[in-house]
Design a protein around this ligand. Sequence first.
Ligand code: ZN
Length: 262
Amino acid sequence: MRVGLFGMITSLRSIACLAALGCGAAPSSSSTVAPVTTTHVVVTPLGNDVYAAVRTEPLGLAVNSNSVFIVNDDHVVVVDAQFTRAATLETLAALRRITRKPVRFVINSHPHFDHASGLQAAVAEGATILTHRNNEPVLERFLSGPRTLTGDSLAKVTNRRNDVVQGIGDRDVRRGTNNKVVELHHVPNEHSDGMLVVHLPAEKVLWSADVTVVNPNPTQLATLRAVHTATSRFDYTAFIPAHPPNPDRPLTKADVTSAVGN
Ligand SMILES: [Zn+2]
């Protein structure tokens, strides 16, 4: 089912309200308050120069991952890449409507193709990939090896770096140049042995890949329970899934907690 653009924007505005802003609260320090819509992406402020970059493909084709932009003083951290190079280029183009600051890091949630295939586009622009140490070897091979397909972003780069992947441990807290805090947490689960979730404590946002909160089947419920177990102590208001529920709607910690109990 195709969700109308108006409905999508309304939903995303609700996400912004659910995050640090609070509905009706004072505007955040984000320079742009209204959502920005580009090809296949709507960018919505979550407060404090953090933005949700949500894909607008029909939900039945929602294999491209939703991203988050974390804008620091001199660089940007992007959460996750997409299924295709073209989709990640669209996500990066949407970022350019917000800021021209360079993307220094892309956080890779796990190395499945729908979250990793587009990494090449960001690496070609100079980004380093942050991922769990379990994913480092496969992504290093993927991003440092020969690139022979026509149109491949890295095939056009001369003097390619061979250190584009930085593996991290089970918990990593990054503090940006403007003191913005980004927490990365490993979630042991059966879907991927290197899955990271991203917690933004100031903005009260939790982002996770491949978690089904609405009507999960038993396999999906196992992954959801794993994420909930690893994050239940976190103080978050907005839960942003890489792949949206169908029909899409804003999700909260209460939604996650209630789904685990079902
Ligand atoms: Zn996956």
